[in-house]
Structure formats: structure tokens, C-alpha cells
Design a protein around this ligand. Structure first.
Ligand SMILES: Cc1cc2nc3c(=O)[nH]c(=O)nc-3n(C[C@H](O)[C@H](O)[C@H](O)COP(=O)(O)OP(=O)(O)OC[C@H]3O[C@@H](n4cnc5c(N)ncnc54)[C@H](O)[C@@H]3O)c2cc1C
Length: 418
């Protein structure tokens, strides 16, 4: 079969790879000049399946309101008159209920753990090096945060995930680069969680896929999907139409607009975030482990010779301009913990738009159109879910039974409301 994949972010690239492995002819169409140049470009790189959870969670609406007028807040909401935004918020509020949150989180974690196993298998198979590190440390500035972590710790125990609550001295002993004068009440150590450079991984997998015969067409924007006789017959581009037997929409935040003319409504909103990448100048002062500042929800990840500092969730804002106060918060947190590690003044800044669905899990697999498939809506956790999502979609296209239960991970939940 000839399969056309639209989008070459981490989701499109992994999808193309698994489709090719199943023996299909694969064409990937990407409007940028290379892979992973949009949301997959400079994300935090964290792969912590046990921490995967929907943004719609109990207590979140109150947090959003509390932060409403604070520019340095880790969560920013700018209300506008856009009806789609308000429809999304109404759904999102409904999904913040405890029982919905618990169900959605379980669905996401099922996919994330499977995905981690698939990624590890690929890493061994192809000897991939993508600046990966092992070990994750959640930093608590206050005793209240330490106490609140009891819920997380209980959940980690239930999931069988290795973890340990550390006192201040133990945390400093484990990560000696932590700046001692910065107030630290405790930390949660997850020794098996990983981080890695998502864009590097995508580039390497793209090279492997090209060697294997996948046709990547860069600088080609899809203008629409051609619908004839109840099927998709091709995609329209400025340089002509591209035909195929099967089509997969993996266009990140643009997926919803691409599907809408076909009557397929995916309630997706961009939730923006920022990162700063700074060159490490003093390796002895740089972290060995990846850390997450619980107060500011900022992750600091070591990627080779660089520190990646990422955070902020911003809903309702227009445009993709960098916002100074968000960038200042990133640098403040990095300098609080690792003041001598990197040349922060020369940081490269980035903004990305998380393709967020109101309930959390992505949409994988079939659509109401027989030869059209989706792999999109991965929100804040597309890197950790990528390999599993891609494998699942390739399995569905091949008519195989995926290794995980797809309940709650498909488009059915929007097309057939339950
Ligand atoms: C600040 C920040 C930190 C994050 N940290 C993490 C993290 O630590 N761990 C994690 O798991 N996830 C993280 N994420 C989320 C993760 O980055 C995303 O979920 C993931 O990158 C989404 O991948 P994607 O391939 O769906 O989208 P994208 O990477 O955006 O790819 C979509 C592609 O489709 C192309 N495209 C769109 N429309 C068209 C068209 N019409 N024609 C041709 N091509 C088209 C785009 O150019 C793009 O290349 C973070 C996100 C942000 C913003």
C-alpha cells in the first residue's frame, strides 16, 4: 500500500518509520525544510511515563483562575471571544472531575509505558544516541509541596515505579550541582525516567527511514485533502496533487483545521510553552539528572553540551511571539538551581504550541473515512507517547491488533459522544 503521512514532527516521523517497517510505500509531506521544526523542536525532552497526566485535572481550574493576572505564572489563560476556545473550555472543565481525570490518566499512561518500551527497543536496534540521560528529580521548594507529593508517591507505588523521597541533604548529595543557598525542602527521585533530545531522535529516525525507502517531501504544504467517492483520493499542494491508498494526518496543531472540511471535528487548542537553551560553560556546575521545579513547573534538562529549560502553559493567546516574562521565569529558575552552569545571557529562546485535546489522550487510528487515519493531539506529552502511538497506528492500518487496548485513545470518543 502507498501511505501518505502529513507532517514530519516526532509523531509523523515515527509513524512513517513503523509504516515502512510493515512494508508499505511511504511518502511524508512536510511544509518545513526538515523534520521536527515545530512543536517537536526544543521541548523539555522529558520521558517520564508515570508523570504523564491530562492537563484537565482536579484543582486545575482554580489554579488557572488564581494565576489569571500574574504574568510570571506557570499557567496563563487569556480569555477571548473565540467560540471554539469556550467550547473547548467547557469540555475541559467537565474532564477535570476526579473520575474523568483518573480514567484519562490511566489511558495516557497505558500508551506512555508502551511507548517507552518501543523507544527503548528502537534505541537498541539502531544504536540511537539522542543526548539521552537517565534519572529525574522533582524539586520541592516548600514543605507543603513535599506533603502534597504523597498522592504522587502513592500512585507511583501502585504503578510499581521505582522512586524515593529525599530530604534536602540527600538531594544535594545525589545532585551536587544544585545551588545550596536556594531553598529546597525535599525532592522526589525517579531513577528510571529518561530525557532526550526529541528533535535529534526525529532526525536520526528520518535518516533511517530514508535509507529504508521512505520518501520525505520537504517545503511542501498540504492545502487540503481531496474527498471523492467516500474516500480520500489525494492531498492538494502548490506543487501538484499527491495520491495514495491511505492517508495519515499527523500535522500537530494544524490537524484539526485539516480535518474540519471533511466534517471531522477534533476539539484541539494550542497550549503554548517556551524553552531556553543555553551552552554549558562549567560542566562541574551543571546537573547530571534532569530536574523539575515543582513551584514554577519548569524542567531543566541536560542535552549534551546544552541545558534546556522549558515550561509555561499558555491558553487563549494569539500569535507565536516570545513573551518576556515567561522567558525571565525560565532563566530565574535555572539560575536559582544552577547559577554557574551555563551562559544564560546567550540563551536561544523558543516557543511551541502543544496540540491539546480537552480530555488529554491523543486520537489514534481510524476516522469515519475508510482510508483516512489520525495520529495527533498529544498535548504536553507527544515525545514520550510518540513511538507507541506510531506503532499503534501502523498496526491499525495493517489490520493487526495493537499491543495495547485503544479504548479512549481513538476519535470515536468525539464522533460518538458517550
Ligand atoms: C514547552 C514545551 C515543552 C514540552 N515538553 C515535553 C516533554 O518534556 N515531553 C513530552 O513528551 N512532550 C513535551 N512537549 C510536547 C511535545 O513537544 C508535543 O506533544 C509534540 O512535539 C507534538 O508532536 P507533533 O508531531 O504532533 O507536532 P509537531 O512537532 O508540531 O509536528 C507537526 C508537523 O506537521 C507539519 N504540518 C502542519 N500542517 C502542515 C501542512 N498543511 N502541510 C505540511 N505539513 C504540515 C508542521 O510543519 C510540523 O512539522 C512539550 C511541548 C512544549 C511546547
Amino acid at each position: 500500500m502507498h501511505v501518505v503521512v502529513i507532517g514530519a514532527g516526532i509523531i509523523g516521523v515515527t509513524t512513517a518509520y513503523f509504516l515502512r517497517r510493515d512494508g508499505h510505500d511511504v511518502t511524508v509531506i512536510e511544509r518545513r525544510s526538515g523534520v521536527a521544526q515545530e512543536t517537536s523542536f526544543a521541548n523539555a525532552g522529558v520521558m517520564a511515563p508515570s508523570y504523564v497526566a491530562p492537563w484537565s485535572q482536579p484543582g486545575m481550574p482554580a489554579k488557572v483562575l488564581a494565576y489569571l493576572f500574574r504574568p510570571e505564572a506557570p499557567i496563563v489563560f487569556r480569555p477571548s471571544l473565540d467560540p471554539a476556545l469556550w467550547r473547548w473550555i467547557v469540555r475541559w472543565l467537565g474532564e477535570c472531575r476526579v473520575e474523568r481525570f483518573t480514567r484519562n490518566k490511566a489511558r495516557m499512561q497505558r500508551l506512555a509505558f508502551y511507548s517507552q518500551a518501543e523507544l527503548r527497543a528502537l534505541r537498541v536496534l539502531h544504536q540511537l544516541e539522542y543526548e539521552q540521560t537517565t534519572g529525574y528529580l522533582q524539586l520541592f521548594r516548600t514543605h507543603v509541596e513535599v506533603e502534597r507529593s504523597a498522592v504522587t508517591r502513592k500512585m507511583l507505588t501502585e504503578l510499581g515505579v521505582s522512586h524515593r523521597l529525599l530530604g534536602t541533604d540527600e538531594a544535594h548529595a545525589l545532585e551536587p550541582a544544585l545551588h545550596a543557598p536556594t531553598r529546597l525542602a525535599g525532592a522526589l527521585h525517579l531513577p528510571d525516567d529518561e530525557t532526550g533530545n526529541c528533535a535529534f531522535f526525529a532526525q536520526q529516525l528520518k535518516d533511517i527511514a530514508i535509507d529504508d525507502g521512505v520518501d520525505f517531501r520537504f517545503n511542501v504544504a498540504v492545502q487540503g485533502l481531496q474527498f471523492e467517492k467516500q474516500r480520500i483520493s489525494g492531498v492538494r499542494t502548490a506543487s501538484g496533487n499527491v495520491g495514495g491508498d491511505v492517508f495519515v494526518v499527523a500535522a500537530g496543531i494544524d490537524s484539526a483545521a485539516m480535518l474540519r472540511p471533511l466534517g471531522i471535528r477534533v476539539p484541539m487548542q494550542p497550549v503554548k510553552g517556551y524553552s531556553a537553551t543555553a551552552a554549558i560553560t562549567a560542566f562541574e556546575h551543571a546537573p547530571r539528572l534532569s530536574v523539575m521545579d515543582e513551584t514554577y513547573k519548569v524542567a531543566i534538562t541536560r542535552m549534551g553540551k546544552w541545558l534546556r529549560i522549558a515550561g509555561t502553559a499558555e491558553l487563549g493567546t494569539r500569535g507565536m511571539q516570545l513573551r518576556d516574562s515567561a522567558l525571565r521565569t525560565l532563566l530565574k529558575v535555572a539560575q536559582d538551581w544552577f547559577p554557574y552552569a551555563a551562559s544564560y545571557g546567550k540563551s536561544r529562546f523558543w516557543i511551541g504550541a502543544r496540540p491539546m485535546l480537552p480530555d488529554g489522550p491523543p486520537v489514534l487510528g481510524t476516522t469515519p473515512i475508510a482510508n483516512l487515519y489520525v495520529n495527533t493531539g498529544h498535548g504536553s506529552t507527544g515525545w514520550v507517547m510518540a513511538c507507541g502511538s506510531a506503532r499503534v497506528v501502523a498496526d491499525v492500518i495493517a489490520g493487526k491488533v495493537p499491543a495495547i487496548d485503544l479504548d479512549g485513545l481513538t476519535l470515536d470518543r468525539y464522533t460518538h459522544r458517550r
